[in-house]
Design a protein around this ligand. Structure first.
Ligand code: VTB
Ligand code: MG
Ligand code: MG
Length: 329
């Protein structure tokens, strides 16, 4: 039955998939110009400026729900900012113009420009706080692992489902002091731990293709914006994820409340983080195992982008040859 009175959510036109690739390509190129220069802020700012400029021309009525922070912290791409040409569908926008600023500044593997677009209201509007996350790839029974189970229980459940001993399971974890006991418990359970210094959007995407990446499960606490972006990608690829915001100070709880979050302890399922019709695009800035970084040639710039779409479940890789760069005189 069609409800009257409430507007039906508009699906995201699939033609926007290519527009999104253009946005992340431009951000990646801008950041890559500052690759290896040791200046995280400059690289980040270049990516933000480029992404915002490109987003401005998109045929959408967009609202940033995951951005560079709340309005008072971020002059651009702040949460709540309206973007687009003002014509087209109402959509939520999640961006991380430069995911892995340190990776870019040091020219280390895995820096990407990434964004997601979804039906209005479909992406969790989260403040930039920490988020506990757990993710596995597709093909497992629902609820196999759980954010509130112990690392050992999760590793054992996964090993059972895979019909292999725990020592054939690899968990990807951010290398942070806060994860010392988590890492110890995972190893205690018999599994291997692969540590990354940054980049848990890609880290979570890796769980979706364990044969290729060797990563079976993602565990630990990273940033919330990256959690929503990773969830958006996983919605398209397939997989399971749960998350919880870490709202451990009155200030963080206030920020969450300002964004409409009522239950501070809520365990979010994949669909709560990123529901509805979603498109995700990511372009490599530095070389990484998800994407190749930007290559500057004498007469052209080469990019690699991946675009995920939830409705059709398509994954497209786009190799760009940019022979006249936009935004540079
Ligand atoms: C992670 C990581 C990101 O932030 O989300 C991390 O994947 C979490 O914050 O690439 P801390 O660095 O404080 O641990 C990043 O490193 C940067 O966005
Ligand atoms: Mg960033
Ligand atoms: Mg980031």
């Amino acid at each position: 039955m069609i409800e009257t009175g409430t507007p039906q959510p508009q699906p995201v036109p699939r033609t926007l998939a290519l527009e999104l690739a253009r946005v992340t390509e431009r951000a990646a190129i801008a950041a890559a110009r500052l690759r290896g220069k040791g200046d995280e802020k400059a690289a980040d700012q270049a990516a933000v400026d480029a992404m915002r400029a490109e987003l401005g021309g998109l045929p959408i009525r967009g609202t940033v729900v995951i951005g560079e922070g709340e309005r008072d912290q971020a002059p651009m791409l702040f949460i709540g900012e309206r973007l687009g040409s003002g014509e087209g569908p109402e959509v939520d926008i999640a961006v991380d113009p430069l995911e892995g600023t340190t990776l870019c500044a040091k020219d280390m593997p895995g820096a990407i420009a990434v964004m997601a677009l979804a039906q209005r209201g479909a992406l969790l509007a989260a403040p930039d706080v920490y988020m506990q996350k757990i993710a596995i790839g597709p093909g497992y029974p629902a609820g196999l692992v759980d954010l509130d189970a112990s690392p050992a229980e999760n590793i054992r459940a996964l090993a059972r489902a895979r019909n292999c001993p725990p020592d054939q399971i690899t968990a990807l974890i951010l290398d942070r002091p806060r994860h010392a006991s988590l890492i110890a418990e995972v190893r205690e359970a018999g599994a291997s731990v692969r540590l990354i210094t940054d980049g848990d959007v890609a880290g979570i995407i890796f769980t979706a293709s364990p044969e290729e990446t060797g990563v079976d499960i993602y565990l630990g606490t990273g940033a919330a914006p990256e959690g929503v972006l990773a969830a958006a990608a996983l919605r398209c690829i397939g997989g399971q994820m749960q998350a919880r915001l870490v709202l451990d100070t009155p200030e963080r709880r206030r920020r969450a409340q300002d964004m409409g979050i009522r239950d501070f302890n809520r365990k979010y399922e994949l669909n709560d983080l990123a529901g509805g019709d979603v498109i995700v695009a990511a372009t490599g800035v530095t070389d990484g195992s998800l994407l190749r970084g930007v290559r500057f040639r004498q007469d052209r710039i080469q990019t690699e982008t991946v675009v995920y779409r939830s409705e059709a479940g398509t994954i497209r890789r786009i190799l760009g040859e940019h022979r006249r760069e936009v935004g540079r005189g």
